[in-house]
Design a protein around this ligand. Sequence first.
Ligand code: TYM
Length: 325
Amino acid sequence: MRIFSGIQPTGAIHIGNYAGAIQNWVRMQGEGECLYSIVDYHALTIPYETAEMPRRVQEAALDLLACGIDPEKSRLFVQSQVPEHTELTWVLSCCASIGELNRMTQFKEKSERVDFINAGLFTYPILMAADILLYKADTVPVGEDQLQHLEVTRVFARRFNSQFGETFPEPQPRMTTAPRIMALNDPTRKMSKSLEGSAIMLSDSDEVILRHVKRAVTDVGAKTDEMSPGVKNLFTLLKVFSPAETVAHFQEQYEAGNLRYKELKETLGQDMVDTLAPIRQRREELAARPSQICEILHESARQVRQLARETMAEVRQKLGLTACS
Ligand code: TYM
């Protein structure tokens, strides 16, 4: 089995990324050949400071290695160091319809936030499909927000296969038990780097983590019989960071109608600190050796590029781009 996934280098990694995807990246290292990419080409779709980009890539690599991505077991590489990603993007763009791209909810959401809607924002899912298909990956560990992109990836693969002959497997998603973590300050919206005050970063200090959890929105408006989105989100996080007995304890309290938010938040905050503190410490140790990080990224890119070249040679052959070759 080949596993592929990617993350944008848009600042520090947050607990939504961790709970929804990175935990599975780490767990799946025993299951197959793992290729994980820091997708800097994708990050070009949103305005950014060019001088900041190298640091952002380095930060993402640090976070991922600190979470347990093991360079002995996985290839961790930077997307732009394997130019075949963009080559396959062009090919797949001829297998994608404008209607399909227009239906992407992420495109609709992101394009509402910018004045200049660049075409990269629109064709973003094609680059993502190319990332996955370039390595003929079978399984893609992602959060729920990426399912629609994966669905069109399968459509593009199927279309290519039926037009030019069987080439790409149809990749399937793998989700965790927490595929959609909501913003702590607004549990009706997804936790994200772009939503101010919504996220806890892996690099946040104990104090910051505890403060964020303490301030998390629980109930708004009138009480109903259903669990409110804020409390539901805290329970989802509890399942990620706390032992099963703790989850059961609070679940019982909730069902008996005597759940105390303060106690729930204190326990969750402390369990989060206990999980994230060792990650932060590993991160600091790794940060002291930046050249080692670069070595890992370069060596991985060199290795995956062999696979990428093989796929592109096959694709060119299938497309009939073979004159005088
Ligand atoms: P990105 O960088 O936004 O997020 C990385 C991963 O984190 C997951 N995630 C979440 N999971 C749960 N709750 C949340 N609030 C939350 N926020 C983010 C995402 O689902 C994702 O799995 N387009 C992708 C990157 C990408 C990619 C790929 C992924 C590019 N090429 C190929 C898989 C395969 C993205 O922007 O993820």
